[in-house]
Ligand binder design. Structure first.
Ligand code: ZN
Length: 393
């Protein structure tokens, strides 16, 4: 209500910081209207499930898509009022995500929004993702204006019916924000400010670590691969990150981490190049034949011929400077149950408790899960339900 009362131009806020319990989406409509032109909107979300709406779970939980779904969501709210946003900094940390965007007025600029959004085709077999931009610009020079650009609708679809890497089909998710999610100049300024004033910030070292990683991220590569998922897909132990990064650089592509995951690989290299690296690695560390025979997707991937010349030789520049300098990059959760607790009423209610106990019978039906059940007593389940652990979420 406060934000709605501050909709008129003269009453708008210079900055609005939304940090609600759970999902911020219900506050976005008023928030985007109550920030002044060029003002700052800060949004924190701990519950991405609601914000992501109908997108499949896999889409918002993987590849750094959560931040981009949130940015798309804010932009779509802003566009309804002839306003648009520019991201300054977008952070995924611990159990929450937080974005910093500037809000501007100008209906004419809202037309450009589609060129900043994409749908994403996600392979059901190998998890590979392919972006489908919702709009784009191409040069349209005229005598009057040689720099003129023209909007057009890109042709669809960007993938065939079956994934070229693993021969499976796709799911469709999105839309998500596929334009840059950080403003490099802004990030550099914040980093310098924190470095010069460390005594003002209790977590200065952590802020500096995260911002250093953010600065190293490839801005023009929206999503990222994760090493453990790719190697797990073909039943291999994960290779050292340095070797993977070196191999990508040796193949002629840039590579960076995402600040959001220690196993992340951001690169413009096609998935086929990454699989070629993994296939080359597999020649030295073979997958057990029985595992391949039992998994047609893994077999399809591993048995493909290596088409890219692969060189696994490690190189110095594969080690990012944030790592060489020993910055605090990824933080482990400091205590058990660290994170957003669930609402107390939901957790301690009788219904929740009986549901948790009721569910235990389901597990014991299968032999495999009965084994797991053995190590997790009923008391443990109760404890989880009471402390807002995984059961409650
Ligand atoms: Zn695939």
């Amino acid at each position: 209500m406060l934000m709605y009362k501050h909709k008129p131009n003269t009453k708008r806020f210079a900055a609005v910081d939304l940090d609600p319990y759970g999902c911020p989406s219900v506050f976005l409509d008023s928030a985007v209207q109550s920030v002044q032109d060029g003002g700052l909107l800060l949004v924190t979300a701990t519950d991405m499930a609601v914000l992501a709406g109908n997108s499949p779970e896999t889409c918002y939980s993987k590849y750094g898509a959560a931040l981009r779904i949130m940015l798309q969501c804010i932009e779509s709210h802003a566009n309804r009022y002839g306003r648009y946003t520019t991201p300054l900094l977008s952070i995924s940390a611990d159990f929450y995500i937080r974005v910093f965007v500037k809000v501007y007025s100008g209906a004419i600029h809202c037309k450009k929004t589609t060129s900043k959004l994409s749908m994403v085709y996600q392979c059901t077999g190998c998890d590979n993702f392919t972006l489908q931009p919702m709009g784009a610009f191409k040069p349209n020079p005229t005598e009057k204006n040689p720099q003129q650009m023209k909007a057009y609708l890109p042709a669809v679809p960007p993938v065939g019916e079956f994934c070229v890497n693993c021969n499976q089909r796709h799911h469709l998710g999105g839309p998500l924000w596929s334009a840059p999610i950080h403003d490099e100049a802004f990030v550099a300024r914040v980093l310098t400010h924190v470095e010069d004033n460390m005594h003002l910030f209790g977590t200065a070292r952590r802020i500096m670590g995260v911002l250093s990683m953010v600065r190293e991220e490839l801005q023009d590569v929206p999503l990222y691969y994760t090493m453990d998922k790719m190697f797990g897909r073909v039943h291999l132990e994960t290779m050292p990150m340095l070797v993977m990064r070196s191999a990508i650089l040796n193949a002629g592509y840039k590579v960076s981490y995402s600040h959001a995951s220690r196993m992340s690989i951001k690169t413009a290299a096609p998935a086929q190049v990454l699989w070629d690296i993994i296939r080359t690695w597999e020649q030295i560390h073979p997958v057990k034949q029985a595992k391949l025979e039992a998994d047609i997707v893994a077999k399809f991937i591993i048995k493909q011929e290596v088409k890219t010349p692969i060189d696994l030789t490690e190189r110095q520049d594969a080690n990012p400077s944030s790592r060489r300098e020993g910055r605090v990059r990824f933080q482990f959760n400091p205590t058990p149950h660290w994170g957003p607790g669930s609402r107390a009423a939901v957790n301690v209610g009788d219904d929740k408790m009986s549901k948790s106990i009721k569910n235990q019978n389901k597990y014991s039906k299968s032999k495999k899960n009965a084994k797991r059940q053995h190590s997790s007593s009923e008391d443990d389940e109760r404890k989880k339900a009471n402390t807002g652990g995984e059961t409650a979420l």
